[in-house]
Ligand binder design. Sequence first.
Ligand SMILES: Nc1ncnc2c1ncn2[C@@H]1O[C@H](COP(=O)(O)OP(=O)(O)OP(=O)(O)O)[C@@H](O)[C@H]1O
Length: 599
Amino acid sequence: MSITDLCRSSAPDGTKARLGQDFSRLNVVPQRHLARTLGTIAAAIVLLAALNSVLGNPRWGWPVFAEWFLSEPVLVGLGRTLLLTALGALFGFALGTVLALARVSSSPLLVAVAWGFIWLFRSIPLIVLLLILNNLGYLYETVALGVPFTDITFASWSTTQLMTPFLAAVLGLTLNLGAFSAEVIRGGILSVDQGQHEAAAALGLPRRHQARRIVLPQAMRSIVPTAFNEIIGLAKGTSVVYVLALPELFYTIQIIYRRNLEVIPLLMVATVWYLIILSVLSVIQYHVERHYARGALRTLPPNAFRLVLARLGLVSLYPSAAPLPQPVPHGGQAVQPAGDWTASLPQGGTVEIRGVTKSFGALTVLDDVTLTMPAGSVTAIIGPSGSGKSTLLRTINHLERVDRGFIAIDGELIGYRREGDTLYELKEAEILTRRTEVGMVFQNFNLFPHLTVLQNVTEAPVAVRGLSRDEAERQAHDLLARVGLADKANAYPRQLSGGQQQRVAIARTLALKPKVLLFDEPTSALDPELVGEVLDVIKELARSGITLIIVTHEIGFAREVADSIVFMEQGRVVETGAPAQILTHPRHSRTAAFLAKVL
Ligand SMILES: Nc1ncnc2c1ncn2[C@@H]1O[C@H](COP(=O)(O)OP(=O)(O)OP(=O)(O)O)[C@@H](O)[C@H]1O
């Protein structure tokens, strides 16, 4: 029975027919939720009872509250509380950032010292720490600035005079917050995907630049909510400094109520001021979170002012709540036909891999690999899963260290300098510089999600190659047009399809004008319908003279584009040769068995 039949059959008395003639006269009655209605009534009663008890009971002393709320001593105390909070937060988070970076560093001593500091100052109650600092003069009569372990002293001060209650309070709050915030910041750093670190390193971005521009802005998404918890705790925690007889808000209130015995109204003065501080901090938190949500959300939430107007029904949230460009379904602009856009790229370099061996613990992943990729050639590396293809690729730009053997591009060693029979690993800065000659495109794109497409492409040319921003942007627009994404310059990566993201990743790598381009399964994270648009770009590049090395499972693509195919198994090169030979007349039985499975 069809739906139409059902409607007809449900109206034997003709009602359906009448309704069907004039829908505009129908009243819509939403479903009734009895429990919700009763709950709302109960909440209203509780609210009214609470208000009545607070406003109707004269013992709350609201006139006394009004008298003291804006009085001079209270405002001075409030000012001191705010100053302590601001200084404690500023120095505490600065210290926490240094400790967190030390905790994630590769120096065991730094890690141990930072861990010890955090362990100690998280264990000591704040009140005890403040009292110890206030009595520091008993332990050390003077504080001196000089050269340790010598008699050389530049300046010296009496500790009792130097360590005023205010300084003791700032120092105590800083040490306490520093220890707690270090773990918050470390948690944020650890939450940033490893691929982001690798992509930044592959672009040759210096460590400090990676931390400042790539890691910390992304870490902020998880740092901010907990950090504001800490700051709110700090604002209230400043009341502990009453033990130092420092007249901040709470201590001032205590002094006043001990004199006039109006305890409750004065405690209410303190409470309302703390509520106001917390509300202001919450609004700031909302905006800071919103700032760091750029790129992480397709549409940013409205700012707090607009949110209030919308709640009052004065504006609608939706018309202007989409400041970010909206994603366009896959395809967009087509990849620009060849012309000769690849002519502006540098000529490829010759890659020589000699006796490279690499193990992870007991597992030998690369076993005496020797290969030569001539300048301008296209090499496809194929083989079963776990055969060491990606690891080999990562050793070429020194993202992975080799245990034995070496890799050179145009005769220049990657990651090492040779003296006699010894290879010395280069300094990080030198490795980063050489790495810019070897671009890498990752399976999962690893675009920086908090930067726009244009910023993704210009970041390394400005930071590493020293291009002016204008020049880098001009070049980036050109490259984006070449990969068919001219209209996506201001979009964030999450607003693009997978194929578009991978094309941005290719443009980002090309912006450094590398001699060699490594592709690590560039299409395996894409829907089948998006694979073609990425392969088209790679085909263009294959004709450009740049040296391409591609790890791929797309055998048909390898046949079409590669000059030679390398078949790997269990970390060894089983055979290499022209596609026609390897794919149709493999010499080795293992190659034949693999091809039989995948073709
Ligand atoms: N950092 C690491 N630590 C320990 N083992 C690793 C590490 N990286 C890779 N391996 C191991 O090395 C071997 C080769 O890995 P690799 O990623 O190079 O293989 P692959 O041929 O690229 O595989 P696939 O085609 O599945 O990506 C695997 O057994 C893998 O588990």
